[in-house]
Design a protein around this ligand. Structure first.
Ligand code: HEC
Ligand code: HEC
Length: 327
């Protein structure tokens, strides 16, 4: 029923002349125990739309001087993050995000985020997209070969919805395969989901993010920083979007300013390095004592658990790699 409606709306957008070559609806994967994926009626996911979005993501012609592609900073092997800029956020399960960037300055759907990336961040010049190879992809996806920044953003949003990761060893453990985690990882997991760890309150659900903003106790001086720069509210001082922990072993360095080089440093911070400030989250228990002071074994276990959130299939899936020959 639902896919029929999507098929209809795609045909309606294209008009009858294009009906014969209408793009084919693509069924998207939603991993077990994920929330439902909401797809806007006016941008159904199609095989051809995803192919265009994938191509644009890897294509330097999306930038006005053809100097860089999205994939220059967002590398598949690093869960679509990298060290090529500071604080590069990964592209994983963004289909479930409602705000984007560390301070959430872009809110709404993936379409909204992609419009911002194409039109504001890159400032795409459509003249560079008017080349036969790209025009053919635009025609297949949208019925005629006119490239626009709107269509580029819609296609990129469709592509982003295919960047779904839900097949780590932790997922297999949750699915009932109890041998998928080692004893140390299970201890780390138990701590993660305990009131002593508190991790799960913010790194919540199978997305490992509550999609909210928190001050997790990194700094004493937080006035105007992070989310507060968007909202102007002092309770948002030093608050940043909770990053997902999926594939976190591949996304070093850590935090919005890349201050920690390793997961061991991150856990040492949560154990002993918490800093008080007026907006620090109440979940950062013992902040006035620097933290809960995990034992050496607890820290090793937590790091081990975080490493069990790696989804090797996602990081090496050919369908998510560059479609450009020779890359
Ligand atoms: C020069 C490196 C660079 C390039 C090129 C780049 N990005 Fe990013 N991207 C970043 C950084 C850094 C951040 C985090 C910035 C912030 O939050 O302030 C980010 C964040 C994002 C986010 C937010 C993710 C989230 O969890 O909120 C999206 C979406 C995104 N980029 C998409 C794109 C797209 C699409 C392109 C190509 C049009 C692109 N990026 C090109 C560096 C880059
Ligand atoms: C109060 C909410 C909250 C709690 C509780 C919390 N975190 Fe975080 N976590 C965040 C936020 C927000 C960030 C990003 C902060 C920043 O960059 O300024 C973050 C960052 C991280 C990062 C770095 C991720 C990256 O890609 O940079 C890791 C790893 C992490 N947390 C693990 C944990 C673990 C393990 C626990 C439990 C011991 C925990 N967190 C508890 C909110 C929380």
């Amino acid at each position: 029923m639902w896919s029929c409606m999507r098929r209809l709306s795609a045909a309606a957008v294209l008009g009858c002349a294009a009906c014969l070559g209408a793009p084919s609806p693509l069924e998207l994967t939603v991993p077990a125990q994920f929330p439902p994926m909401v797809i806007p009626e006016d941008n159904p996911t199609t095989v051809e739309g995803v192919a265009l979005g994938r191509r644009l993501y890897y294509d330097k012609r999306l930038s006005p001087d053809a100097s860089r592609a999205c994939a220059d900073c967002h590398l598949q092997s690093q869960s679509f993050s990298s060290t090529n800029a500071t604080g590069v956020l990964p592209h994983v399960n963004l289909a479930w995000a409602e705000s984007f960037l560390w301070n959430g300055s872009t809110e709404g759907t993936l379409e909204d985020a992609m419009h911002m990336e194409v039109e504001e961040f890159f400032g795409t010049d459509v003249a560079l997209l008017k080349e036969p190879d790209l025009e053919a992809l635009f025609r297949a996806a949208f019925g005629d070969d006119e490239p626009t920044t709107d269509r580029a953003a819609l296609a990129l949003a469709q592509w982003q919805r295919t960047l779904t990761s839900g097949d780590s060893r932790d997922d297999r453990y949750v699915g009932g395969e109890l041998s998928a985690l080692t004893a140390s990882e299970i201890r780390g997991r138990d701590l993660f989901y305990s009131e002593r760890g508190e991790c799960f309150h913010c790194h919540a659900t199978r997305l490992f993010s509550d999609n909210q903003f928190h001050n997790n106790g990194l700094d004493a001086e937080v006035a105007g920083a992070g989310r507060a720069a968007v909202t102007g509210r002092s309770l948002d001082d030093g608050c940043y979007k909770t990053p997902t922990l999926r594939n976190v072993a591949q996304t070093a360095p850590y935090m919005h300013d890349d201050r920690f080089a390793t997961l061991e440093e991150v856990i040492a911070f949560y154990s002993d390095g918490l800093v008080a400030s007026p907006s620090v989250d109440p979940l950062m228990q013992n902040v006035h004592d620097g933290g809960p002071h995990y034992t050496a074994e607890e820290q090793t276990d937590l790091v081990a658990y975080l490493r069990a959130l790696t989804d090797d299939e996602f990081l090496s899936n050919e369908a998510l790699a560059s479609p450009i020959a020779g890359e």
